[in-house]
Design a protein around this ligand. Sequence first.
Ligand SMILES: [Zn+2]
Length: 60
Amino acid sequence: MERKWRCKECDTLLGVEHGDHMHLRYKQAQYVVDGGDYNVMAVCRNCSTINERNGGRQQS
Ligand SMILES: [Zn+2]
């Protein structure tokens, strides 16, 4: 199961969530956030909006 994480303003793809892992990609770099109880902030590369996301089960 995977869920796309998109910028709330412009819909640019910021990352992909696979269960308890969040995969973030920016140019050459890839980040994987693990553990299921994370808090991630990403600045949209398109419109510079700050997006926040909480990992784990409290996300609807
Ligand atoms: Zn954006």
